[in-house]
Design a protein. Structure first.
Length: 246
């Protein structure tokens, strides 16, 4: 890891007069998986939305050392930032192939001739998608839809991939497959910022973690340190986790 790829300083997100995120600061190191855990309503999704430019926010955001808080969503995508939202937001009536192709729309606009190579890479990562390229996205299983959402984001060739609750609603075996894929992305040089309710699974694959509660960061440190922090164990991992480690 060579240093922070993404830096946020004093990041605040407001919904009218309600402050969803209260001036937090966080880093995502290049080549790392960083996880953001916390209870429902803590502001995790709002944080990702602000970093992506989907929500108005105050504070400073830098990507690869350059300020980006003034940039549009499209400009941030062009720099190499992609978000897989919690609801996946696929086009159900369109084919898997066309959904993936939409992920590369900026590359198509630039005349990039390597998009097909990216499609082959995504199909290699998710063989099930290759079997269903001409199938309507709305007919896929929940796990396959999550694979498609991640694959579509990867078609933009992101340097930073932000994932919002990738395991939501998935069976344990599919969840394990998705998390193995996230680990593989790090190996391929993609940095990941992961928002995840399954704190145990998230910390297991992560390098660094933050705990967000009521819009404030309350705990941060290496993933290994968070796994043994009594506050994190009690609130998010359960006593059984602590017993297994001792």
């Amino acid at each position: 890891m060579s240093g922070p790829l993404l830096q946020a300083r004093s990041l605040a997100v407001l919904y009218g007069k309600v402050e969803a995120v209260s001036g937090i600061s966080l880093d995502v190191e290049a080549g790392s998986i960083t996880t953001l855990i916390g209870p429902n309503g803590a502001g995790k999704t709002s944080t990702l939305g602000a970093l992506m430019g989907l929500l108005p926010a105050r504070g400073e955001i830098e990507f690869d050392g350059e300020p980006i808080a003034h940039l549009s969503v499209e400009q941030r995508v062009a720099l190499g930032i992609s978000l897989v939202p919690e609801k996946r937001e696929l086009f159900a009536q369109m084919s898997v192939r066309d959904n993936l192709d939409l992920g590369a729309f900026l590359r198509h606009r630039r005349g990039d001739k390597t998009v097909r190579r990216s499609l082959e890479s995504v199909c290699s990562l998710f063989p099930r998608l290759e079997e269903r390229l001409d199938q309507a996205a709305g007919t896929l299983s929940g796990g396959e839809r999550q694979m498609l959402a991640i694959g579509r984001a990867l078609m933009a060739e992101p340097r930073l991939l932000m994932l919002d609750e990738p395991s939501l609603g998935l069976a344990p075996l599919i969840t394990a497959e998705i998390f193995r894929t996230i680990e593989a992305l790090r190996t391929d040089g993609v940095s990941v910022l992961l928002v995840e309710q399954n704190a145990r699974a998230a910390l297991k694959i992560s390098d660094f973690g933050y705990v967000l509660e009521s819009g404030d960061l309350t705990v941060s440190g290496s993933a290994q340190a968070l796994e043994s922090d009594p506050r994190v164990v009690e609130s998010y991992l359960g006593a059984g986790h602590q017993r297994r480690r001792t």
